[in-house]
Design a protein around this ligand. Structure first.
Ligand code: AMP
Ligand code: GLY
Length: 443
């Protein structure tokens, strides 16, 4: 079987790493991949948003299954295009991809099917929104309707900040057309958790839960990022809460998909707020989370290919998905300056010093030639290649460790983080620290 994974970040490394363990795969490709993915798949130099290029490659290589990592190609309709060429695709079609590409589409879906979420209103006119400033009090939650690389949500603490953000979103158009429509929501208080689910037309199956850290600095300070670390399972889930999520959110969501003719096949990522009144949906994403996937797939004991194929063929209900008892912690190492501007091309040292059972998922890395006379920095020997691995993105690596207990996994992850270095390196030191945000099910 020939499989193509689309994307080139930490999430795609985790997917390729897991797929590479399947005995049923003869050839595994990744477009465009990165320096870490190159160890488990053949990287092809085609961008994840080059739909034509990817379809052409899939046709030439007679790819059997394509797995789509990021949200942008999904929203562009890559699934529809590949399926039209006879390729099986794990990842929702363009119609279903609106669940991430349009906040108002999702809010309307949730309201129509009586699924708990924050109250909301939609605005397409700046003046009307200015007049409605503070409609739900403060903080005021403002969301650009469209895709904005995870940056389109503003939580404004007061009227002045809210007005400034409205001006930026709808006046200066800092998010472009993504904020032609703005969704205003009630502010929910509680503990956040992410739940990734496999979904086909008949079945929704949650994976193991995970906790993400979105802010750049310790103690949730500083601006939002794509995610600075995760651990799995989440410590906030109790059997009772899981049942509430199943009954109030997962089952009505699947019924809603069926009633609305949304033939979703892929991963539904549910951002949850666990409030005093129970779980509520903050957002839907229509793909694996990054870096949630790194700590969740590290714990999977089944063949991921079997699951992907079952989803594309609507046989998910027949597959048993097994998980390791071990806990996982993933710490993201980022470039200095991220999530603002940052330098690239910094040599990464110490990758070979990491313990063998620790997985270093690459997010933003690439190979670079080493100067004349130096050793190969990849194998730390004289292999003749003289290659080094350098930084090539904001999030660079995700150091992922398993342990019999949460604390063991956390200690092992940080022990190995210390062995890696590059100029400007920054990471949070509190990933997985148990505190008020996650202490109600400490084990
Ligand atoms: P989203 O991109 O919709 O997940 O929003 C990004 C972040 O903003 C979430 O992870 C929450 O921390 C916060 N957020 C979004 N919506 C709300 C809400 N209605 N109430 C409180 N916080 C929210
Ligand atoms: N870690 C959050 C996301 O993947 O959207």
């Amino acid at each position: 079987m020939k499989v193509l994974v689309v994307g080139g970040g930490g999430r795609e490394h985790a997917i390729c790493w897991k797929l590479a363990q399947s005995p049923k795969i003869d050839e595994l490709y990744c477009a465009p991949g990165n320096a870490g993915i190159a160890a488990v798949a053949e990287c092809v130099d085609i961008g994840a948003e080059d739909i034509e290029g990817i379809c052409g490659f899939a046709a030439d290589q007679k790819i059997d299954l394509a797995v789509i990592g990021p949200e942008v190609p999904l929203a562009m309709g890559i699934t529809d295009a590949l399926e039209a060429g006879g390729v099986k695709v794990f990842g929702p079609n363009k119609k279903c991809s609106q669940l991430e590409a349009s906040k108002s589409f999702t809010k309307d879906f949730l309201a129509r099917h009586d699924i708990p979420t924050a109250g909301y209103r939609e605005f397409t006119d700046k003046d009307e929104l200015m007049n409605a400033v503070g409609i739900y009090g403060y903080p005021m939650v403002l969301k650009a309707d469209g895709l904005a690389a995870g940056k389109g949500v503003v939580i404004a603490e007061n009227e002045a900040d809210a007005k400034k953000s409205i001006e930026e979103m709808m006046g200066q158009k800092v998010f472009g057309a993504a904020a032609d429509k703005v969704v205003v929501e009630e502010f929910l208080t509680g503990v956040e958790a992410s739940m990734l689910c496999f979904v086909d037309e008949n079945t929704i199956v949650p994976m193991q839960s995970a906790q993400d850290y979105k802010r750049i600095f310790d103690q949730d300070k500083g601006p939002n990022t794509g995610g600075m670390g995760t651990y799995s399972p989440s410590l906030v889930f109790t059997p009772e809460l899981e049942q509430q999520i199943r009954e109030r959110i997962l089952e009505p969501t699947l019924r809603g998909f069926q009633e609305d003719g949304l033939d979703f096949k892929g991963v539904l990522f549910i951002g949850l707020m666990i409030t005093e009144d129970g779980p509520a949906v903050i957002e839907f994403n229509n793909r694996f989370g990054d870096p949630e996937t790194q700590s969740v797939l590290a714990r999977m004991d089944s063949d991921l290919l079997d699951i992907f194929l079952a989803v594309t063929e609507n046989r998910l209900a027949d597959v048993e998905i097994k998980w390791k008892e071990e806990r996982a912690v993933c710490v993201v190492l980022a470039s200095g300056g991220y999530p603002g501007s940052y330098a690239k091309g910094k040599l990464i040292k110490g990758l070979g010093d990491v313990e063998e059972d620790v997985i270093v998922f690459h997010a933003g890395t690439k190979f670079a030639e080493m100067p004349e006379g130096s050793k190969c920095a990849v194998c730390d020997d004289d292999c003749g290649l003289k290659r080094g691995i350098v930084t090539a993105g904001g999030r660079v690596l995700g150091v992922t460790a398993l342990g019999a207990t949460h604390e063991e996994a956390r200690a092992k992850a940080y022990e190995n983080v210390k062995r890696i270095s590059f100029e400007g390196i920054q990471y949070r030191t509190d990933i997985g620290v148990v505190d008020r945000r996650n202490s109600n099910n400490l084990q």
